[in-house]
Design a protein around this ligand. Structure first.
Ligand code: MN
Length: 221
């Protein structure tokens, strides 16, 4: 809870209205068995207290399911929605990452459509964490579902560079999958804007670098 309060305080300093990621579990948390009711209840109690603190700061929380190799607690959108029901606070939402969805979900559209207005943030990550368009994520399906649900929250890019050895080791990133980070952002934006244009979508991608500040969301995974 202390770490979450610090993260929420940092959101206020940064002007970020959302704290999302694996805020319910350390990266690499695995017990070797399915989550127990007690584990989920204790975790939900902590997230509820964090959510109440966050609401006094005008910050929303986003629960991001991770794939089975990074946590044993919440792997799918459905599990996250059930967990959010358990927390039962109005400023707690679902955050989805297409990298984890590619491993755990039956498809890309159904979890997005099921979440509907409970979805607060989507990380557009390729199946290999590399440049979108170079892997097996079904981008047409992802973008169509966001259009169907009239998603109006932030879309983010997520990859890892080897510079952050702690995160790289927790997420098991052993190869340089993106090369130059600025080139990654440029290539990713070009690809995604192209796919969005094909769909005649209302969704817009803004390059945060052009506005001279960081991501609209502070994310932990
Ligand atoms: Mn993520």
């Amino acid at each position: 809870l202390a770490a979450l309060r610090t993260a929420i305080d940092n959101c206020v300093v940064l002007g970020a209205g959302l704290l999302s990621g694996a805020i319910y579990s350390p990266l690499g948390y695995g017990t070797g068995r399915p989550p127990t009711r007690r584990e989920l209840r204790v975790t939900a109690d902590v997230i509820r207290r964090a959510a109440r603190y966050a609401s006094t700061c005008g910050v929303k929380l986003g629960i991001e399911p991770l794939n089975r190799y990074e946590t044993s607690l919440i792997n799918t959108g459905r599990q996250a929605l059930d967990f959010i029901d358990l927390v039962d606070e109005p400023n707690v939402f679902l955050a989805l990452d297409t990298f984890h969805m590619n491993i755990e979900e039956r498809g890309f559209a159904q979890p997005i459509e099921e979440a509907g207005s409970r979805l607060c943030f989507v990380q557009l990550s390729e199946s290999n964490r590399g440049i979108p368009g170079t892997g097996t994520v079904s981008w047409g399906e992802v973008l169509a579902a966001l259009r169907v649900t009239a998603f109006d929250g932030p879309l983010g890019l997520e990859s890892y560079c080897l510079g952050n050895s702690v995160v790289a080791s927790r997420a098991c990133v052993w190869r340089d999958v993106i090369g130059d980070a600025d080139n990654f952002v440029g290539e990713a934006m070009r690809f995604l804007k192209g796919r969005l244009a094909e769909g005649g979508t209302e969704l817009r991608l803004n390059d945060a670098r052009e506005r001279g500040h960081g991501s609209p969301a502070s994310t932990l995974a």
